[in-house]
Design a protein around this ligand. Structure first.
Ligand code: GTP
Ligand code: MG
Length: 267
């Protein structure tokens, strides 16, 4: 690829097990925290609690905008060679009504697994999400709008939680991501598998996730790349997005994927 054609903006959708507590257990898989750590890395701007249980008015406000996805804003990162990569980040989740404890009704009635694979995304004048406290008092926070018109998603990050969570079995999570992968694969866009919460990892869950990723893409493929992340400890988060960008734009040289333990020691 010539230099002029080199891609400079990467639109990434972050997906993974989502839904009511019956589906995801007592905690989410870490999609919001991964996005938060990537977009606003500094300790002061990292919020560990991003609820998906919302009132009707918060669901209809300008940030959520009656969608089941969030626009996390954009950020520019550098790789080891000092090259810039600009990212727009979308989190695909499912918002739950705080009255009925059922998913909020939105314009799209598609199931999560199908909806999260959308590659053309638009939402009129949708505002960037920052944190739960922002909802309802948006003017007290930085305001940035999602780019106008349709955003084309260039690649996906599937989050796979390897920590122990009450009321969620590992088999259920594997089945869910199998289903998600089925729809994502149809888009032919690059996909990266991010193991989340590796600071609290359960070894057999790591194996489940790694095996699943290796089985993706059919017999002649080596599967999809796996990055072991921790949003709370800020380990391998930027690495996950950069690796995906390098799959999207093959003209970019690859940064080596470092294991969780090595990345933790290197700090
Ligand atoms: P929904 O959008 O509601 O489906 O959830 P989510 O996938 O966005 O999960 P979220 O990022 O909100 O994280 C859920 C919980 O996991 C929060 O209480 C986080 O504090 C915790 N968590 C997220 N990332 C990490 C991590 O890297 N390490 C640890 N130990 N906990 C984490
Ligand atoms: Mg979330």
């Amino acid at each position: 690829m010539s230099k002029e054609k080199r891609k400079s903006v990467f639109n990434v959708a972050v997906v993974g097990l989502s839904g009511t507590e019956q589906i995801k257990g007592t905690s989410g898989v870490g999609k919001s925290c991964l996005c938060n750590r990537f977009i606003r890395e500094e300790a002061d701007n990292y919020y560990p609690d991003h609820t998906s249980v919302l009132s009707q008015s918060d669901f209809g406000g300008r940030v959520v905008n009656n969608d089941h996805f969030l626009y996390w804003g954009d950020v520019t990162k550098k790789d080891d060679n000092g090259l810039d990569y600009k990212f727009n980040v979308i989190e695909q989740t499912e918002f739950i009504d705080d009255q009925s404890y059922q998913p909020h009704r939105s314009s799209s009635n598609q199931l999560y697994v199908k909806r999260c694979a959308q590659t053309k995304i638009s939402s009129a004048e949708k505002m960037m999400y920052i944190c739960t406290d922002q909802l309802g008092i948006e003017s007290d926070f930085d305001i940035k709008l999602m780019p106008e018109g349709k955003i084309t998603i260039d690649g996906f990050i599937i989050c796979f939680d390897v920590s122990f969570v009450n009321n969620r079995s590992i088999d259920d999570q594997v089945r869910f991501v199998q289903n998600v992968y089925h729809y994502l694969a149809k888009t032919k866009k690059p996909i990266l598998f991010a193991l989340t919460k590796c600071d609290e990892q359960v070894a057999p869950f790591v194996s489940e996730g790694t095996q699943f990723a290796a089985s993706c893409g059919g017999k002649r493929s080596n599967g999809i790349p796996v990055v072991e992340t921790s949003a709370s400890e800020n380990i391998n988060v930027t690495q996950a997005f950069l690796t995906l960008a390098q799959l999207i734009d093959k003209s970019r040289s690859k940064t080596k994927i470092v294991s969780f333990d090595d990345a933790a020691h290197a700090r």
